[in-house]
Design a protein around this ligand. Structure first.
Ligand code: SAM
Length: 278
């Protein structure tokens, strides 16, 4: 029995249910329940929130969230093999864990949850990035979530929190920092996972701001930032020339030198340019 919840240790759960990790589903499991409880604590006050957990797998992080007092957890898992193990956790926490067998890219989790909602996930990196961009780019703000606590490969985590002037600064940094507060909460070595991935990982914690830091239309801002960083080595007057015939004047009006490159442009300047181009 494990110390945090009286359920069997995860190694035994995995053996009992034949949950050999599948590469195609990005399965690198966390088996240390003290570690998963620590990750759960990074998500803030769970007792007053519903939690969306994407990709619970055998349930290590799910158990951490429940042991840390999450009011209600909705766990969305694509791999049917994990469902019996997750059902055992649901039985140990009556009424607090709902399991949805689905592809997280295809469901609307907000329909199953009561605000405030916190999102916590250790997902395959490609799915994680796609979901992060979706969660960051709704038309209206504030979004359905109040915070996101997500595992990424370290390099992606660094892109989310990057500042202008660094190589890691790009579309993810601008989209994340425009309407949220983003920080790296934890670093994890490959050996924290079974099987270990090739690279280090980090947990990023994002808190939704009540309103964007600077006014801008989300679609226009996304278009500007995508164009600017798609050709990040080019001067902006060249990289953005497709956006407006008088792009040099628009850049100048936004306080940006037409000879600058995307990497040098602050969030405030990107928003000013989006307003110019709206
Ligand atoms: N949360 C568990 C842990 O920390 O040990 C498992 C993490 S493992 C990195 C990723 C999990 O996401 C796997 O259980 C995998 O089956 C699931 N998964 C992968 N793609 C998914 C998707 N599109 N929707 C829902 N779950 C997915």
């Amino acid at each position: 029995m494990s110390a945090i919840d009286g359920l069997p240790p995860l190694g035994r759960v995995i053996a009992a249910h034949g949950l050999t990790a599948r590469k195609s589903l990005g399965q690198n499991f966390l088996l240390d329940l003290n570690l998963t409880a620590k990750i759960a604590r990074q998500a803030g006050d769970l007792a007053r929130a519903d939690v969306l957990e994407v990709g619970p797998g055998p349930g290590g992080l799910t158990r951490g969230l429940l042991a840390e007092g999450a009011r209600h957890v909705l766990a969305v898992e694509k791999d049917a093999r994990c469902l019996p193990a997750l059902a055992e956790i649901a039985a140990a926490y009556p009424g607090r864990l709902e399991i949805l067998h689905a592809d997280a890219l295809e469901v609307d989790p907000a329909a199953h949850l009561t605000p405030p909602i916190r999102v916590v996930a250790n997902l395959p990196y490609n799915v994680g990035t796609e979901l992060l961009v979706r969660w960051l780019t709704p038309r209206d703000w504030p979004p359905f979530w109040e915070s996101l606590t997500l595992m990424f490969q370290r390099e992606v985590a660094e892109r989310i929190v990057a500042q202008p002037g660094s190589k890691a600064y790009g579309r993810l940094a601008v989209l994340a920092q425009w309407r949220a507060e983003a920080r790296i909460a934890m670093h994890l070595p490959p050996g924290a996972f079974t099987p270990p991935p090739k690279v280090s990982s980090a947990v990023v914690h994002l808190t939704a701001l009540p309103a964007p830091r600077y006014p801008a239309d989300p679609k226009v801002l996304e278009r500007v930032v995508a164009a600017a960083f798609n050709q990040r080595r080019k001067m902006l007057r060249a990289a953005l020339k497709g956006l407006a015939p008088d792009i040099e004047a628009r850049l100048a009006a936004a306080g940006i030198a037409p000879t600058d490159r995307a990497e040098q442009v602050s969030l405030a300047q990107f928003c000013a340019l989006a307003r110019e181009l709206a």
